[in-house]
Design a binder for this molecule. Structure first.
Ligand code: UD1
Length: 368
């Protein structure tokens, strides 16, 4: 048994913060089944859908609206902030936690504050450049900062001394064998087992511009013998695709078993969220990245290193049109040699052991 007794994990809001938390929790449970694991969330966050099915104790604390920048006064809404921090502290005391691990998002700040007041070790995991607001606030209270990618310390002053551990990824994803699982995954979606397959998914919310572009190219894709598996996003309007296409074009609002989509694909087309970048690289899936154009070019920075390593293509959201899909995606997906080279480059960049490396880092932080 390691030095851990009871851990509190904080991270919520988007899938991008919750999935690494879950992957890390699974890794901890595998290595150290005696450790008590408690997750913090807020009443309305996505964590309420994603965490309980995995059997972890999820405690709710009141939501605290983050300031939009770290330079804004943290004390702008002091009552709410301290109320949330007190609630986090109550959980920490009750489960007698000996470390708090935060993955960013609005649930993390109260957890960091409560841990700091109790002088508990705090470990932060960050996947973006620049780091998110919650984690930048948390970094005021700890030196134990881990990051997902090698480009992060080079690009952000605040991450200069961070340890590169990779991104904790769900086992379902890291255990994919793209060749062995392909046919079965395609069958599950009603796809043809042998046709070139484009998998489209625009991050945890889906992406409207991507939806329009790919659906707009549906006829040309079908004429080229390319089938499509398209996750449109739970809150996006359905895409308009002809019903009489000669090859399958399957749409879904959301895919909880993302590994099946990855396994079915010859080529992925999606956003550049940090989790997506880490996942497709880990399994060596060639990808066309269409970074979300707002929020500081954050997604472009996520995708650029794997693209520069040869693992995919990068295209601006403004250029993502049906014509671009026809001119660039169709020839690429029909070129198995080029796809194989891209997949190998992506796999060489990616890693599958982020969960284990973060656990080692946590052990070190607690042992100090
Ligand atoms: C617009 C925006 O600000 N996006 C940010 C958001 O991304 P966002 O959460 O949208 O996207 P990510 O790519 O980081 O993560 C998406 C996660 O959802 C999963 N998934 C997605 C679709 C689906 O149908 N099923 C499914 O399971 C993916 O496998 C992945 O694990 O948080 C990331 C991590 O802080 C940031 O890098 C992104 O820049």
């Amino acid at each position: 048994m390691g030095p851990l007794r009871s851990v509190v994990l904080a991270g919520g809001g988007t899938g991008g913060h919750i999935y690494p938390l879950l992957a890390f929790a699974d890794c901890l449970r595998r290595h150290d089944p005696g450790v008590r694991i408690t997750c913090l969330g807020t009443p309305k966050g996505l964590e309420n859908d994603l965490i309980p099915p995995h059997g972890y104790d999820l405690r709710q604390i009141p939501a605290y609206q983050l300031p939009r920048s770290v330079n804004m006064n943290l004390m702008r809404t002091p009552d709410r902030m301290w109320k949330a921090a007190r609630a986090a502290g109550k959980v920490i005391d009750e489960v007698r936690a000996n470390v708090v691990i935060g993955f960013g998002g609005y649930v993390s700040v109260p957890a960091y504050l409560a841990a700091w007041r109790r002088e508990l070790p705090i470990v932060i995991h960050e996947v973006n450049v620049p780091p998110g607001v919650a984690n930048r606030l948390g970094m005021k209270f700890t030196k134990h900062v881990a990051v997902g990618f090698p480009h992060q310390p080079a690009q952000a002053e605040s991450l200069r001394d961070a340890r590169v551990v990779g991104v904790p990824l769900r086992r379902g994803i890291t255990s994919i064998d793209r060749v062995a699982h392909r046919a079965a995954a395609r069958r599950q979606f009603g796809l043809h087992p042998d046709l070139p397959t484009l998998f489209v998914a625009g991050g945890s919310q889906g992406a409207r511009s991507i939806n329009l572009a790919v659906a707009g190219a549906a006829k040309s894709l079908a004429a080229a013998g390319v089938q499509v598996l398209h996750v449109i996003g739970a809150r996006n309007e359905p895409v308009n695709v002809p019903h009489d296409l000669p090859v399958p074009y399957v749409t879904l609002p959301y895919l909880s078993q993302m590994e099946l989509g990855y396994a079915a694909a010859d080529l992925m087309l999606g956003r550049g969220g940090a989790m997506t970048c880490a996942e497709v690289a880990a399994i060596g899936l060639p990808t066309v990245y269409v970074p979300y154009p707002h929020s500081n070019q954050e997604q472009k920075r996520n995708a650029l290193p794997v693209v520069e390593a040869g693992g995919g293509l990068l295209v601006d959201d403004s250029e993502m049109t049906a014509a671009w899909v026809e001119h660039t995606v169709i020839p690429l997906i029909r070129d198995p040699r080029r796809l194989a080279a891209m997949g190998a480059a992506a796999a060489a960049y990616g890693r599958r052991d982020g969960d284990e490396a973060l656990l080692d880092f946590v052990y070190e932080a607690v042992a100090r």
